[in-house]
Design a protein around this ligand. Sequence first.
Ligand SMILES: Cc1cc2nc3c(=O)[nH]c(=O)nc-3n(C[C@H](O)[C@H](O)[C@H](O)COP(=O)(O)OP(=O)(O)OC[C@H]3O[C@@H](n4cnc5c(N)ncnc54)[C@H](O)[C@@H]3O)c2cc1C
Length: 391
Amino acid sequence: MLIGQDITIVGAGIGGLAAAIALARRGANVRVLERANALQEVGAGIQISPNGMAVLVALGVDFGLIPRSVIGKKVSLLDGRTGRLALSLDLNAIKTPHPWLFAHRADLLDCLTAAARDAGVVIETGVPVAAVDLVDGGVDLEFWDNTNLTTRVVIGADGVHSVARQAVDRVSKPRFTGQVAWRALVPGDGTAAPEARVYMGSGRHLVTYPLRGGHLTNIVAVQERQAWTEDGWHHQDDPNNLRHAFKDFGPEVRDLLDQVDETHLWGLFRHAVAPNWHKGPVTLVGDAVHPTLPFMAQGACMALEDAWALAASMSLHNTPEMAFAAYQASRRARCVKIVAAANTNARAYHFGNVLRPLAHTAMRMSQAIAPNAPLRRLAWLYEYDVTRAMG
Ligand SMILES: Cc1cc2nc3c(=O)[nH]c(=O)nc-3n(C[C@H](O)[C@H](O)[C@H](O)COP(=O)(O)OP(=O)(O)OC[C@H]3O[C@@H](n4cnc5c(N)ncnc54)[C@H](O)[C@@H]3O)c2cc1C
């Protein structure tokens, strides 16, 4: 049913662009409306685990991206203050043909944009959608300059503060999670091990991994906070605030933070996974429908899986309503499980000074007995290939 069908996607982030490519490749006429004036991502890294890579491979985006990225081999969990190793995950133990990638977000977006244009997708920037309303025979998109567009099918890929979600689900409202995240990049000398390191402390953790052949190091630092009182969802912050928040961490972390000369701070907002992902000819993908804490590095991977599952469902079913119901049925339980796993990590990463040594001792003991058991328990997550499951 996709051949020749007109589809409008709101949002040219990872989910919106991936959906655009997948739908256009199956014959749809796809138009993407993006509020930003240019297609650009924050200067920061992103981990794409094999379940997300399966989609990038199927979309043919891996060829351009892998040479610009680092293939991750290990994830290490450490005590932030002492630097002592609690757990080491050998990513080769994941049974999949796809790599675990440490990529620059700008590189991922570049590759997705190029593939979308190759597939014939029309991308319009500087077009902020103000409202999405169901009307007889289609969907009305209202813009901030008071103009309107009536279209037949709309996919909301406009992130956690989605306006498209209002047409589908008025229940799920984003709220502050009590966590903020700094992101920063510092130069690397090209010799860093292909490893993500998670330094854990009381109410905080900090993740590092190399990008672009190790010539950059990505830093994500999360801290618990009572409230988010800023205007907007993120802003440029003073690097001294980041250094101050992690001043009692070990020298490895402090040395890295000393090199930060620019950082941005995000308030982390989310809502429960939406009960309804579609209404009439409107559906949602990615953070618009299931925002998650970034503690499993799965938000973008889920958006990629959604994109594929949605295109596969739309090519099988005769009406958008039937296709969207099948899409939600294929995705919701998995996304609920992933979001819950990220919430569990939020607690485990931020144990206080009493519980943390006990928890880390337990991790070391269990790893000594069964080294790959923690990853085997996550086989349902990382070894899933939506392109094989949905066709
Ligand atoms: C600190 C941090 C680290 C993370 N690390 C990882 C990781 O390592 N791996 C991973 O898989 N995930 C990670 N994530 C999560 C990941 O970034 C998100 O889940 C992912 O970007 C969601 O993609 P999306 O396309 O659904 O939404 P978004 O990336 O939010 O894109 C939405 C797009 O819609 C546009 N838009 C919004 N409103 C409108 C409108 N009204 N009209 C038109 N356009 C609009 C926006 O400008 C944007 O381009 C992390 C998140 C954070 C905060």
